[in-house]
Design a protein around this ligand. Structure first.
Ligand code: ARG
Length: 470
């Protein structure tokens, strides 16, 4: 194919297999809008600097407008012969406007062009993701507020530990995703720098104005080293790392939803539309969505490792290896965008007959029953003895023996008669029973970060304040 943008140097065309192997248009055409935006900014700069004529710029602008329309309507003829999104668009432009189209690439290389496109694309993706994290957090906070006082066994080692409220438990995920949002915002700063002007690797002999292009495209600054600008993808790796952490958090929540929905636990039920049945077992309702979130965390982690590995052996500057950056990056953004959308819905709620109905149906009786089975207020009894003057280690020992006695009798701690409790410590008096209740245990943890319902409500109010408006 003597029509290739670079074929002048070559004596024979590439084989079909090599053509398919080296082409990226099937996936990088997703960046067509960014490619056109970048080209328009570049062309405007070329005209301002009198590197191309005003007439050339006008032709480029009208040609690009037409091409954008063709792409949007699905009429654009993407061609494997033209390798990638950049050459496809440039070729069409030249077919439409002739020599002006051939002048667009002055002072530019596909190396700085593709790096610019990816950054523009990723910047948009990050903005979408930040909004979706906000939607997820809104749903989470509504559910947490509804259950600011609902007692749930808090677990360590998956053994009943101490009572917490379900709202408090959910707020842990608010904090995790708040840090995730911070990471994406921070990553955006380093994404938002302009590579264009680096050309192939060393800069260009034309009197370009990179600051102008940066302003046109909304970049905060230009990349300061041309070799670095075309060859590094650390901003994409950083994005994938932030994505992997977000997915890790959502995967942990998914694991909990799955566990809570197991009939053996029975703390919650998920709305039917997030579950599927079994083709053989008629009774089944399986939590497929959380299971897939947990599963898709694997592919996001894989993309992070893939990009790190892609980068590690590359000498400066650009190498074609970098073409392999796009699929994992796109897949990562797609996966977390879908996951956040589906999660905001799964945890969401609606108004029904003046009442808020949540897609997660909580079963407080099951949570309360589990709390009665694990001596969840044993620590409260130890604290009680300490407040009466016993050193904590002695209190721990006394309560441990009381628990053994309760276990022997098959009852919970507050079901032991006062006289029995007093055998373990004469400091125990009638007022102990208030301490041993779940409500008393919860209310007593009344400080910032504690599970007392008053603190949970305060935490929700604080969380709503730091949520982006929306
Ligand atoms: N499709 C290429 C990529 O994704 C564009 C840059 C190609 N540059 C080159 N010198 N072959 O990286």
């Amino acid at each position: 194919d003597s029509n290739k943008a670079w074929s002048g140097r070559f004596s024979e065309p590439v084989s079909d297999l090599v053509k398919r192997y080296t082409a990226s248009v099937d996936f990088d055409r997703r960046m067509a809008a960014q490619d056109i935006r970048g080209s328009l900014a570049h062309a405007r700069m070329l005209a301002r600097q009198a590197i191309i004529s005003a007439a050339d710029l006008a032709a480029i602008e009208s040609g690009m407008e037409r091409i954008a329309g063709e792409i949007a309507r699905g009429e654009f003829n993407w061609n494997l012969d033209d390798e990638d999104v950049h050459l496809n668009i440039e070729k069409r432009l030249t077919a439409l406007i002739g020599d002006a189209g051939k002048r667009l690439h002055t002072g530019r290389s596909r190396n700085d062009q593709v790096a610019t496109d990816i950054r523009l694309w990723l910047r948009d993706a990050i903005d979408t993701i930040l909004e979706l994290i906000g939607d997820f957090q809104h749903a989470l906070l509504d559910l947490a507020e509804h259950h600011a006082e609902t007692p749930l066994p808090g677990f360590t080692h998956l053994q009943v530990a101490q009572p917490v409220t379900f709202g408090h438990h959910l707020l842990a995920y608010f904090e995790m995703t708040r840090r995730d949002a911070e990471r994406f915002s921070d990553c955006r700063k380093r994404v938002n720098r302009l590579p264009l002007g680096a050309a192939a690797l060393a800069g260009t002999t034309f009197p370009i104005d990179r600051e102008f292009v940066a302003r046109e495209l909304g970049f905060d600054e230009v990349c300061f080293n041309s070799l670095d600008a075309v060859s590094d993808r650390d901003f994409a790796i950083e994005f994938c790392a932030a994505a992997a952490l977000l997915m890790t958090h959502l995967s942990r929540l998914s694991e909990e939803l799955i566990l809570w929905m197991s009939p053996r636990v029975g703390f919650i039920d998920l709305a039917d539309r997030f579950c599927t049945g079994s083709s053989i077992m008629p009774q089944k309702k399986n939590p497929d969505v959380p299971e897939l979130v947990r599963g898709k965390t694997g592919r996001v982690n894989g993309s992070l490792i893939g990009l790190l590995t892609l980068m590690k052996g590359q000498p400066l500057a650009y190498n074609k290896d970098n073409q392999e950056d796009k699929e994992p990056l796109f897949d990562t953004a797609d996966t977390i965008i879908d996951t956040l959308r589906i999660y905001a819905d799964m945890l969401g709620s609606r108004e029904e007959n003046g009442e808020r109905v949540f897609n997660v149906r909580v079963k407080p009786e099951a949570m309360a029953a589990a709390l009665r089975q694990g001596y969840a207020t044993a620590t409260d009894l130890a604290d009680y003895l300490v407040k009466k003057g016993l050193p904590f280690r002695d209190a721990h020992e006394a309560v441990a023996r009381a628990v053994r006695e309760a276990e022997r009798q098959g009852v919970d701690l507050p079901e032991l008669p006062l006289a029995t409790l007093q055998e373990f410590s004469p400091l125990i008096a009638e007022d102990v029973f208030a301490v041993l209740t779940v409500a008393g245990s919860l209310a007593a943890r009344n400080h910032v970060g504690g599970t007392a319902p008053a603190q949970v409500r305060a935490a929700i109010a604080r969380a709503r304040l730091c949520l982006a408006p929306g």
